[in-house]
Write a new protein. Structure first.
Length: 466
């Protein structure tokens, strides 16, 4: 057995007494569960501890593996420089894992480390584990903006590398749950926060890793989750392995969900085909995309056809002859948004109409969203089947006197400065729950400070086509 066990753990710095100054007593169940995890790790005496963290070096398009001989860090950013940890890295494991990722064409490796210091997503687990267990080396993994499957596949390579090198490995998936469990918490409350926590805890208790891979991205965004992709890598590290699953604790007294779970192999790796989730995820994902595509209305079908035509031919799509009159005889501003694996892949639009018809507006804005959004590289042909489209048709903007006339669920907002700078945010976006959040994002998009003199607010309604 190469992967001896895996643990999902949270990383609240206040759980460390030098940071919490007594507040850690408010999460006593988490402390007790963490101490149990540390005892189990010590009993297993691993050669290598593999830790994934949302707060280490992370990129949208690259899974980072920390390089070098080792690293240290402390809780100075939380007012406690006296507490910290130092680890030696398993450099041979890192090299082998990076090589395996390259061979599997997974964008992962040791390039681009921005900060070598241990982050708190690693420091908190080490605070407990190193109190009971010494002598292991570490491998530190970041997360990326990839699909659940790509994270799972990296976990599979962790298992493969451990077997190849004959390492006794314990996997630690560091990650909090929802950050929106309480109105008086630091991130506020969202109804989907408790829903997300319950779903993850149910999956932990049952050892149902497929549920961790197929969780609704919108739910995750609205819940402001932290650790799901870390848990997905962990699931891959136990690919095909029968496990005894235990939810050791769950609580959220400070408005953030903290879950601790243990997964202990109870049979050889690869001996349980039902726990090989790659094919099951692919089948689920393809069925989801087929359902979405079958339900698209003429607005969305036009956007999809326009971008696919441009990517495949380089040309502009001629308007189909069978378009409804509401698209050809009307003018309106429109935004086209693209998502891939639940994450934004492009969004471009026009506040007011600039073309002869709404149909032409959609055709051009779909191409711009896919090929000219400066935040993203142009969409490749091999991505087209993965894209999900929204088309928002804008109503006329109207001035508002103050924030009380805004509602992020109903109205989009435009923030304008006297010199012509302008930022817009659409309504009903996952994770944007308050007027303050909506205004801050819109202003930032326009390079505007809300405190500037002469800033003007407008609102507008949209009809969203999916």
């Amino acid at each position: 057995m190469s992967v001896l066990a895996a643990f999902a753990v949270p990383h609240p710095p206040l759980i460390v007494p030098g940071v919490g100054h007594g507040r850690e007593a408010g999460i006593a169940a988490t402390v007790a569960a963490y101490e149990e995890v540390a005892r189990r790790v010590a009993d297993l005496a691993p050669d290598t501890l593999v830790i994934s963290s949302p707060h280490t070096t992370c990129y949208a398009d690259y899974l980072h593996i920390s390089p070098g001989r080792g690293a240290r860090g402390d809780f100075g950013g939380f007012g406690d420089r006296a507490d910290g940890s130092e680890v030696a890295y398993d450099a041979e494991f890192v090299r082998a894992l990076a090589a395996a990722a390259e061979a599997a064409r997974i964008p992962a490796g040791t390039r681009g480390e921005r900060d070598a210091r241990l982050d708190w997503g690693v420091l908190v687990p080490l605070h407990f584990i190193q109190a009971c267990c010494q002598g292991f080396k570490a491998v530190r993994l970041g997360l990326a903006g990839f699909s659940p499957l790509e994270h799972y596949r990296l976990g599979q390579l962790v298992q493969q590398t451990a077997t190849q090198l004959g390492r006794r490995v314990v996997y630690v998936a560091s990650g909090d749950l929802s950050h929106k469990l309480a109105a008086d918490g630091p991130y506020g409350y969202a109804p989907d926060g408790p829903v997300f926590d319950q779903a993850v805890c149910d999956a932990f208790a049952a050892g149902d890793f497929l549920s961790l891979l197929t969780m609704d991205p919108g739910l995750c965004e609205r819940a402001a989750e932290c650790g799901l992709r870390s848990f997905q890598i962990m699931a891959g590290a136990l690919d095909g392995t029968p496990v005894r699953a235990e939810l050791l604790s769950h609580e959220g007294p400070f408005g953030v969900g903290y879950g601790v779970a243990a997964f202990t192999p109870c049979g050889p790796e690869g001996s349980d085909p039902a726990r090989r989730y790659e094919d099951a995820y692919r089948a689920w994902h393809e069925a989801q995309l087929a359902r979405v595509r079958a339900a698209e209305d003429p607005y969305v079908r036009l956007a999809r056809a326009s971008l696919e035509h441009r990517v495949r031919t380089g040309g502009t799509l001629p308007l189909p002859e069978d378009l409804p009159a509401e698209l050809t005889a009307r003018r309106a501003g429109a935004f086209v948004s693209l998502k891939k694996d639940g994450r934004l892949r492009g969004c471009i639009g026009t506040i007011a109409p600039v073309r002869a018809s709404l149909a032409e507006e959609i055709v051009e804005n779909a191409v711009s969203a896919g090929c000219h959004d400066p935040r993203f590289s142009p969409v490749r042909e091999d991505e087209l089947a993965e894209l999900v489209y929204d088309v928002d048709v804008l109503g006329e903007p109207e001035s508002v006197a103050d924030r009380s006339q805004l509602d992020p669920a109903r109205y989009g907002v435009i923030v304008s400065a006297p010199d012509g700078r302008r930022g817009l945010l659409l309504p009903a976006l996952d994770g944007v729950d308050t007027v303050d959040e909506q205004l801050e994002i819109a202003a930032r998009k326009g390079g505007i400070s809300l405190g500037e003199k002469g800033v003007r607010l407008e609102r507008f309604e949209v009809v969203r086509h999916l």
